[in-house]
Design a binder for this molecule. Structure first.
Ligand code: SF4
Length: 332
């Protein structure tokens, strides 16, 4: 059977895991192409106005795939970290797709993956439930999951070393490393999808900096550093963003010159994280410039470039003059 995986939201996190698992069970995987204007337009046409831009883009990809495949792969990923959640928008995706596009329930693979309370047991149960749609033999499903986890581990290892997901998945030409870097924070579906973020990584590179993303920070260090915050968030991506920031602030690698936080305009978790980051940076003694960039379907490329250029100029000037840290009111 042809299984369609929409290229959005958790795609850049779990693509190799999902692909390997389904292929090991004998299925053919079809993915939607990299995001483009017509796909965004499809999402904007069908989505309700209130949902965030990344969810609208996801719906555009799903609409692109829905008549080209037998089944749509939209598992209900409640949690992929013990004690935490993904986000209500992600949980609601299978229902949104069924209702907006009138896709029959049996054409959506919507099994729940939930590690919040049962950790690895919840993870394995989710994949067992998906696997049983294709084969009855539980051992074969368990073997497929092991292969998939190994593929996922190799992928995440490469990303940690600085290889961007688009380089691995789409064969995009890698950018040569720059000696100076900025920490580019944001959810995987904002920072790893160059059409949505208007090629921010290349733009920053042209201005003289490579980027470090939260996926490139040692997760153990990030989780440990997160303990500085009295109460961590319910949301895994928020915790990864705050934890990686704190890990970098504590290590202070000299090549990391500042921080850009890319947020989705309509995202509730992002607004909270932005507030916490502002406070964390304010209390730092040493200079660490900070720029917050909001992205939605109305964001213009010229405006983004102007703000990046202004940030880089300001960052270089402040380092040259050893001025105090950027206050949240100066960041934008
Ligand atoms: S975390 Fe924010 S950006 Fe991500 S799906 Fe939820 S609301 Fe949208």
């Amino acid at each position: 059977m042809k299984i369609g995986i929409p290229r959005g939201l958790l795609f850049y996190r779990f693509y190799y895991l999902w692909k390997t698992f389904l292929e090991e069970l004998g299925q053919e995987v079809v993915i939607s192409p990299p995001t483009n204007k017509p796909i965004i337009q499809r999402g904007l046409t069908y989505a309700v106005e209130e949902i965030c831009f990344p969810a609208k883009v996801f719906l555009g990809h799903t609409h692109y795939l829905k008549d080209k495949v037998d089944l749509l792969f939209i598992p209900r990923v409640v949690s992929f970290h013990k004690g935490e959640y993904t986000c209500p928008k992600i949980l609601g995706l299978p229902d949104m797709v069924r209702n907006l596009f009138h896709v029959p329930a049996e054409r959506v693979i919507d099994d729940e993956i939930n590690m919040r309370e049962r950790d690895q047991v919840g993870w394995r149960q989710g994949f067992l439930s998906i696997g049983k749609r294709f084969v009855a033999n539980e051992r074969r499903i368990a073997r497929a999951l092991r292969e998939a986890e190994e593929a996922h581990r190799r992928y995440r290892q490469q990303v940690r070393k600085g290889v961007l997901p688009e380089v691995m998945i789409d064969g995009v030409h890698p950018l040569p490393p720059r000696p100076e870097k900025v920490l580019l924070l944001g959810h995987t579906y904002l920072i790893n999808e160059s059409f949505i973020n208007m090629n921010i990584i290349s733009k920053v590179h042209d201005m003289g900096f490579s980027v470090i993303t939260p996926d490139m920070v040692d997760p153990r260090k990030a989780r440990h550093a997160l303990r500085e915050i009295p109460k961590a968030s319910f949301w895994t991506f928020s915790n990864e963003i705050m934890g990686s920031t704190l890990a970098i602030l504590r290590d202070r690698p000299p090549e990391v010159k500042g921080l850009i936080h890319l947020v989705s305009f309509e995202c509730g978790p992002d607004s909270l994280v932005g507030e916490v980051l502002g406070r964390l940076l304010k209390r730092e003694k040493d200079l660490f410039p900070y720029l917050r960039l909001e992205i939605d379907e109305h964001t213009g490329e010229a405006g983004l470039v102007t703000r990046l250029e202004a940030f880089v100029d300001m960052m270089q000037w402040r380092y040259a003059n050893r001025e105090s840290n950027v206050s949240p009111s100066c960041s934008s």
